[in-house]
Design a protein around this ligand. Sequence first.
Ligand code: PEP
Length: 247
Amino acid sequence: MRQIFVAGNWKMNGSLEANQQLINGIKAGRGINAEMAICPPAIYIPQIADLLTGSDISWGGQDVCEQVSGAYTGQISAAMLLEMKCKYVIVGHSERRTLNGESDELVAEKYSTALAAGLKPILCIGELLEERESGDTEAVVARQLNAVLDKVGIEGIGAGVIAYEPVWAIGTGKTASPQQAQDVHAFIRQILTEKDGNVAEKVQILYGGSVKPDNAAELFAMTDIDGGLIGGASLDADSFLGICQAG
Ligand code: PEP
């Protein structure tokens, strides 16, 4: 039985004061069985680490450099995230693939570097609207997943988390229907099953894309959906808690 996992991706939002209020609100939540994590902008990770230490909420980065250390201005290494007691790091978010030109190969390298350092990568995969409309959803998702599988093997995938995020549903208010999402999640798990059935059964596959308190329960009730990666709704304590309570 896989545990429901809900991770908040704050993207480039927040301030010292707003973060404190948001974390205080989230820590006041009750009646939650889901595993929870917060991924704030990197500069606020030490603040969030201080605020969440002693709670059962984890934290993580939104990105990591594929290199271990050196002359990579502006980048943050896996070791630095670990030093800040991050458990997770998001890799391959569609905003980084689209706005920063991250290729499947680069995402696979980031995943591998994060894993080697001891972080649990959250691998984001998902199709663009035109790819869905042209019937290429499975081909795109398989290509993105296989790039990482080829690099780290099925054991490496088993040590992380997958987030299926249809790009057309991110920040748009358009959610995939529970069945649309379930179909892709089952397809992803099938790819993993062909490599190793035990790993495939255990790995958490999150859904991301305009998840809100009022649609979370029906998404999380689907067989292969094990929680959510939450953008906009993670910036409001009541919304984030409402989603976590749906788990
Ligand atoms: C995301 O950024 O990963 C995301 C799912 O965003 P939103 O929930 O705002 O669609």
